[in-house]
Design a protein around this ligand. Structure first.
Ligand code: DLL
Length: 435
């Protein structure tokens, strides 16, 4: 089902026109209401009248996470506090959180984004959507909740954690949809498998909406087979609203982005120049109709590419390839770039291993060390190291050939790598402490 055919299937020329109108309006709005944007544009000698179409977007300055932190908490806000209806924030790893504020219109638009994603999977009236993203300042819980409301589904606001109860309710209330991070979904799936009280065959789950962190095709297969569902990717970020900036349709050949609301660009993160169509680079978004905290050319640090070819589902909305990772998650080990998601992708090629992993990077005797903890599935595990060797060698060889680094692989006991109820932490880079 297509939630908003007019927007999702608009001919590209019409979309270009709509984006142009919206960009001109939002730039003027920002210039007049947010001193931060006025200052930035004045410094470049740019006036809102210089922006005549969406193609002029390249003239505008970028906004970065540092800008958002410098303007903490409400420096980028374009409306008086009396018009704000909600405040969310993303924690980040250091310093002050990134803040997002919303008017009624913004919450409406945000829920429509999520509703479009849910409709992509034919989820709607009668579906019980178990929202196991965290409710709170994190946008996952309330974002998915409002989207579920908008498609007319039954909301089951379990939030994240308390896995045993989650599973009990999933069975007793007949949840048909699970919305949570892919790592938490995997944890729930493992717990269901291990439980003698519940049986996945007695559950009604049919769809999963997984996002908030990178996940691979291998992980999709694992979740689909363990939970008996079709797993859909949902993408978003606090700065643009939260989940529902885009999502996968049933073709599952990329994430459709709702470009009538969020204009995507791909830039080369080093030169800051636009990349050629189809090239990988950093994703940049401009919110085209947000009221409370509109953002111009926000550098997400997410690395991906855009796909403009028409999709069989009928939507014309551009698609984004699976996110490789964030540029700040990329590890440089002995001069080689490594994304944790590449390790996940390799690991899931080997059916003897679970998709759980943890990377520790350290520096010893002036050399980078890359340690990788993995788990064998129960039926293959033996504490005897000589019995582990035959499993380690093929994984080691594959990592060397794909990534180009020599990992120290450690096989851990089943269920010993820490599980996460939200975004998983896969890396400890100890070199940061030595610097
Ligand atoms: O994670 C919003 C969200 C909640 C999206 C629930 C999907 C589902 P933040 O905490 O601000 O917001 O983190 C945003 O998470 O820039 C990406 O790096 C990453 N991310 C989000 N969705 C995906 C995804 C929420 N589907 C940051 N695939 C983004 C890969 C994702 N990475």
């Amino acid at each position: 089902m297509i939630f908003n055919p007019k927007m999702e299937c608009m001919p590209r020329e019409d979309m270009h026109k709509l984006q142009s109108e919206r960009l001109c309006k939002i730039v003027k709005y920002c210039y007049e209401r947010v001193p931060f944007y006025k200052k930035k544009m004045d410094r470049l000698g740019l006036s809102p009248d210089d922006i005549k179409s969406i193609d002029d977007i390249v003239k505008l300055p970028f906004t970065t996470k540092t800008d958002l932190r410098d303007e903490y908490p409400f420096g980028l806000q374009a409306v008086p506090m009396s018009e704000v209806r909600r405040i969310h924030a993303s924690s980040g790893t250091t310093g002050k959180p990134v803040v997002a504020t919303y008017t009624d219109h913004d919450i409406e638009m945000w829920s429509e984004g999520v509703a479009r994603v849910m409709s992509c999977a034919n989820v709607g009236k009668g579906d019980v959507i178990q929202v196991s993203y965290g409710y709170g300042l994190f946008t996952g819980g309330l974002g998915a909740h409002d989207g579920a409301n908008k498609v007319g589904a039954i909301q089951l606001p379990t939030s994240a954690g308390n896995s045993e109860k989650q599973i009990m309710l999933m069975q007793d209330f007949g949840s048909t949809v699970l919305a949570c991070t892919p790592s938490y979904a995997l944890h729930l799936a493992e717990r269901i498998e291990q439980s003698d009280k519940v049986d996945i065959n007695n559950m009604k789950l049919r769809v999963g909406f997984f996002g908030a962190e990178p996940w691979t095709e291998g992980m999709r297969k694992e979740l689909e087979s363990k939970l008996h569902i079709k797993a859909f990717d949902i993408y978003g970020l606090t700065e643009m609203s939260g989940p529902g900036v885009g999502g996968e349709c049933e073709e599952q050949n990329g994430t459709h982005l709702w470009e009538d609301m969020f204009y995507p660009e791909i830039i080369n993160p080093d030169t800051l120049e636009p990349c050629a169509h189809g090239e990988f680079g950093e994703l940049v978004f401009t919110s085209l109709c947000k009221e409370a905290m509109p953002i111009i050319r926000y550098r997400t640090r997410d690395l991906t590419r855009l796909i403009y070819e028409p999709c069989k589902c009928g939507r014309t909305a551009v698609r984004m390839d699976k996110i490789l990772g964030r540029s700040d998650d990329m590890l440089i080990v002995r001069g080689v770039n490594v994304f944790p998601s590449t390790i996940e992708a390799i690991l899931t090629e080997f059916p003897v291993f679970t998709p759980q992993y943890f990377i520790t990077v350290d520096r010893k005797n002036n050399e980078d060390m890359f340690d990788l903890d993995v788990e064998l599935r129960n039926e293959f595990f033996s504490p005897n190291p000589s019995k582990q060797m035959p499993f380690i060698k093929p994984l080691y060889d594959r990592i060397v050939s794909v990534v180009g680094i020599k990992p120290n692989i450690h096989i851990k006991e089943p269920n010993s790598i820490a599980r996460s109820i939200g975004k998983a932490k896969h890396v400890n880079d100890k070199r940061n402490f030595h610097r």
